[in-house]
Design a protein around this ligand. Structure first.
Ligand code: G3I
Length: 334
């Protein structure tokens, strides 16, 4: 049980794991998911390509299965995501080639009102805008993704105006959901989170219903850990926003021939997970801490980073790792 009302979540791909759920005969995966977490994030099931496959077609089949599972097991749901440069359906990519800003706004408004409206009352936090800033090392440096994101591209003359309206549309469709900006490499204080901080101030000044800032928390043992995460959370909290760790995992580099991580690697992994949780526990405005999948059997990491793996808190047989024990210990102590 988590302290105060901090939600402890996992991402889950409902299409793979929850469609056809029978509460009387859960799979082992479903039992673990129901027993260990108070919040779920759809790993893919609420993304554009899943829910809006054609201009006039919305399909909520697998997302609804996640909502039903969450209800049956008294869990909250984080919505993910409404405005992103990735996993957009082919029709958006094709149509966006000739979009004016008004065209893009009309498509996005319909999507946000329809999707958020469909789940009205079921979602406590929505990732409205996901990964909208580039990294320092990307071509052009830290700036809004006005090339890769088709909506921001069409409205490159006033991207902040589009973002403010995206938050307004979502808020009108579900006034109770807390509306988040969300990104990776956004844990510590750095050039990217400085840009988010400035954007948050702009959106709030414009009266947009921005409610939260999410640090995804995709870490790798190939890199160091920036311990300024708590200070970063505190500055967003001082703006009146909620903060959250939304997609935590800690990748471990693989050596040729290795069949598992070393005890040292597993120990450092546990420290990194725990450091993210500690930052959340130390900032009252932190409302949720979510791991991006709870078992190495179903992690996105090996598919995207072939040289890394073992990123989650339990192994392929769902046996808890030191990272799991560290998180549980901190929650008990809090
Ligand atoms: O669309 C097909 C689907 O029709 C088919 O049934 C399935 C069979 O494998 O493949 C589907 O495509 C997959 C897609 O998710 C589902 O839309 C891809 O293979 C798969 O690689 C893709 O990966 C997801 C990734 O986002 C895409 O960008 C991962 O599962 C998901 O964990 C990952 O999550 C992102 C967050 O949303 C944002 N932050 C980073 C995080 C990790 O990349």
């Amino acid at each position: 049980q988590a302290p105060r009302d901090l939600a402890i979540g996992s991402a889950v791909w409902a299409q793979q794991h929850l469609v056809g759920y029978d509460a009387a005969a859960p799979t082992e995966f479903q039992e673990v998911l129901a027993g260990q977490f108070s919040s779920l994030t759809p790993e893919n099931d609420m993304k554009w390509d899943a829910v809006h496959p054609a201009p006039d077609v919305y399909d909520f089949t697998s997302a609804d299965a996640l909502i039903a599972f969450a209800k049956a097991n008294h869990q909250q749901v984080r919505g993910h995501t409404l405005l992103w440069h990735s996993q957009n359906p082919a029709w958006v990519t094709a149509a966006s080639a000739t979009w004016t800003c008004d065209d893009a706004r009309a498509v996005l408004e319909d999507h946000i009102r329809t999707v958020v409206g469909h789940f009205k009352g079921e979602i406590y936090e929505w990732d409205v805008a996901n990964e909208i800033f580039q990294d320092e090392w990307d071509n052009g440096g830290v700036k809004l993704r006005t090339t890769a994101n088709p909506f921001l591209k069409a409205c490159a003359a006033d991207p902040v105006g589009l973002l403010a309206d995206a938050f307004r549309w979502a808020h009108e469709a579900d006034p109770d959901a807390v509306l988040f900006l969300n990104d990776y490499n956004a844990e510590g204080i750095n050039a990217k989170t400085d840009a988010y901080y400035a954007l948050a101030q702009q959106l709030l000044a414009a009266g947009a219903p921005l409610g939260g800032f999410g640090a995804q928390g995709h870490l790798s043992l190939l890199y160091g850990f920036d311990t300024s995460i708590q200070a970063n959370f505190e500055r967003f909290a001082a703006l009146g926003l909620k903060v959250a760790v939304t997609e935590a995992d800690v990748r471990i580099p693989l050596q040729a021939g290795e069949t598992g991580p070393t005890p040292e690697q597993v120990a450092v992994q546990a420290e990194r997970y725990d450091a993210m949780l500690q930052a959340c526990l130390n900032v009252t405005a932190c409302s949720s801490f979510t791991v991006w999948g709870f078992s190495d059997a179903y992690s996105w990491v090996p598919g995207v980073f072939p040289g890394e793996g073992w990123a989650t808190i339990s192994d392929e047989e769902f046996t808890p790792k030191p990272a799991f024990d560290a998180l549980l210990g901190s929650l008990h102590d809090a």
